[in-house]
Design a protein around this ligand. Structure first.
Ligand code: BLA
Length: 509
């Protein structure tokens, strides 16, 4: 097999985006040893220190920067106690021009990496800004307005043409769930993008380093020299604030017609939930200080989102426990209720929304609502007997459980099966009808592999025209929290069934 044949969607995942060895113009990078000897610099360093790289490498940093700045740096380095920490200094005097610089400091493989970019005073009180932003956020009632307010606040702070809240699905694909946008440039709200648009290593990196910026898609990256150290290792720029981004991604942005971007990670329960994704149609570079304020806002947004999501789940599960208690109470006073599928269906679907319920006990079956034809129901029960015992089973695509499920997908396309005995197995099964999903993709995600200017690699989709895909044979999926509720209901149902069996046995004696 030639190299060429091996190109596939996964090779984006192999680009070492943290080792590209360059920064974006407009800033400077100096890497020093722990005794402050210069090991590497960005090639544009003359503009900051008045000397070329070959004059600086191997020399003490102290010879080229003001003593007060070195003192501040040493101070900050002492705080870099845990991995992945980045310390910040705003408004530093480094050269002789009087220009203030914003500085970030971190360790990379035992080297201290110092990055500096021109700063202008933020001109506001950062604490006060974030507090006011949070107050507006906390006034929102539902998640949708919460997302939208988040996008608005980020746009108010950073001023990009378009600010989106981009949410990942479990598959890694994502959707624009909220947007704040300059008028007249169209909307991306509701558009879906395939998982490969933000490859795996990028997502992993974005959990460690929360903000990344592309100041100008037409800018030429500035190499950091020497590329390899004496041990032959490139500089790991994972935590850098100036890192020049993947050329593949730049190509993607150009295809999209975008001139500059910034994105900030939204992390919920230690996972990358999504991003604030900002676009500008011309170059844009908010100062490091302003980006830091926005990063803090995004962190607080994430915490609030986490607690809102938790609260929703707790409320729902509490309601479901009440329903389960109701079920137990009702059957205790009238056991014939259990043989009434309409009663059972009503009570179960008030806890877990479904379009129909089928009950299979001792080879007898009963239905309520919209359910599959009897013969297909039998096939489903047989297939369920092959799944893990004693556990609730769900699928949003019955076609993955039995063949020819499409013939009844309009009646039932997804199911949640609650086993209520061991062997032979009895079940209560909740069905959900087909949801003819029309997914609005930005560009055709199934477009064949293309070869672009970056060699035999996949290029991003060149067309971002909306591309509609209809997904057949699927229902609304059952959520993890519905699954937990189903486990609670299972315990209740088993209790009821066992008690009825005991009573029946006692009567026979
Ligand atoms: C990175 N891709 C990104 C980033 C975003 C997207 C937000 C983070 C960098 C940034 O903020 O610009 C994708 N941007 C989007 C999406 C929207 C958006 C979905 O605004 C929706 C509105 N990209 C591809 C393919 C590859 C690819 C096919 O489409 C690989 C071949 C690569 N994307 C790619 C890489 C990065 C990236 C490598 C990492 C860039 C970096 O941090 O160096």
């Amino acid at each position: 097999m030639s190299e060429f044949d091996k190109v596939d969607l996964t090779n984006c995942d192999r680009e070492p985006i943290h080792l590209l060895g360059a920064i974006q113009p407009g800033g400077f990078l100096i890497a020093v040893s722990t005794d402050w000897i210069i090991g590497r610099v960005s090639q544009n360093i003359r503009d900051l220190l008045g000397h070329d790289p070959d004059e600086l490498i191997g020399m003490p940093l102290a010879d080229y920067i003001p003593g007060a700045f070195l003192h501040d740096l040493r101070n900050k380095v002492s705080y870099l106690s845990t991995p992945d920490m980045v310390e910040r200094l705003f408004g530093c005097q480094i050269g002789t021009s009087g220009q203030p610089f914003d500085v970030a400091l971190h360790f990379s493989n035992g080297q201290i990496v110092i990055e500096a970019e021109p700063g202008t005073a933020y001109g506001g009180d950062a604490t006060n800004s974030v507090r006011a932003m949070m107050a507006r956020l906390d006034q929102t009632r539902d998640l949708q307005t919460f997302y939208r307010e988040g996008a608005r606040q980020v746009r108010a702070l950073l001023g990009y043409d378009r600010v989106m809240v981009y949410k990942f699905a479990a598959s890694g694909a994502g959707e624009v769930v909220a947007e704040a946008v300059k008028s007249g440039i169209g909307s991306f709200l509701g558009l879906h993008y395939p998982a490969s648009d933000i490859p795996r290593q990028a997502r992993a990196l974005y959990k460690r380093n929360l903000v990344r910026i592309v100041r100008d898609v037409d800018a030429h990256p500035i190499p950091v020299v020497p590329a390899l150290d004496v041990a032959g290792a490139p500089l790991d720029l994972s935590l850098s604030i100036l890192r020049s981004v993947s050329p593949i991604h730049i190509e993607y942005l150009k295809n999209m017609g975008v001139g500059a971007t910034l994105s900030i990670s939204i992390i919920v329960d230690d996972e990358l939930w999504g991003l604030f994704a900002c676009h500008n149609y011309s170059p844009r570079s908010p100062t490091f200080e302003r980006r830091s304020v926005c990063e803090l806002f995004a962190q607080m947004f994430s915490m609030r989102l986490e607690s809102r999501e938790r609260r929703q789940i707790v409320d729902y599960e509490r309601r479901a426990r009440d329903i389960s208690d109701q079920l137990l109470g009702a059957v205790a006073s009238d056991e014939t209720l259990l043989n009434d599928p309409d009663w059972l269906g009503d009570i179960l679907t008030s806890a877990i929304p479904a379009t129909g319920v089928g009950v299979w006990i001792n080879g007898n079956y009963a239905f309520s609502g919209i359910t599959p034809p009897t013969e297909d129901f039998r096939r489903i029960v047989r297939a369920l007997n092959g799944t893990a015992a004693g556990r609730v089973y769900t699928t949003d695509h019955i076609g993955s459980l039995i063949p020819d499920a499409s013939s009844f997908a309009d009646r039932a396309a997804g199911l949640l099966a609650i086993p209520i005995s061991r062997s032979p197995r009895d079940y209560v099964i909740l069905f959900r009808a087909e949801l003819k999903q029309s997914v609005r993709w930005a560009g055709d995600p199934h477009k064949p592999v293309e070869y672009g200017p970056n060699g035999p690699r996949l290029t991003p989709r060149e067309s971002f025209e909306e591309w509609k895909e209809t997904v057949d044979g699927h229902s609304e999926p059952f959520t993890p929290s519905e699954l937990r509720v189903a486990e609670t209901l299972r315990a209740t149902l088993i209790e009821v069934v066992l008690r009825l069996a005991d009573e029946a046995a006692a009567e026979r004696r």
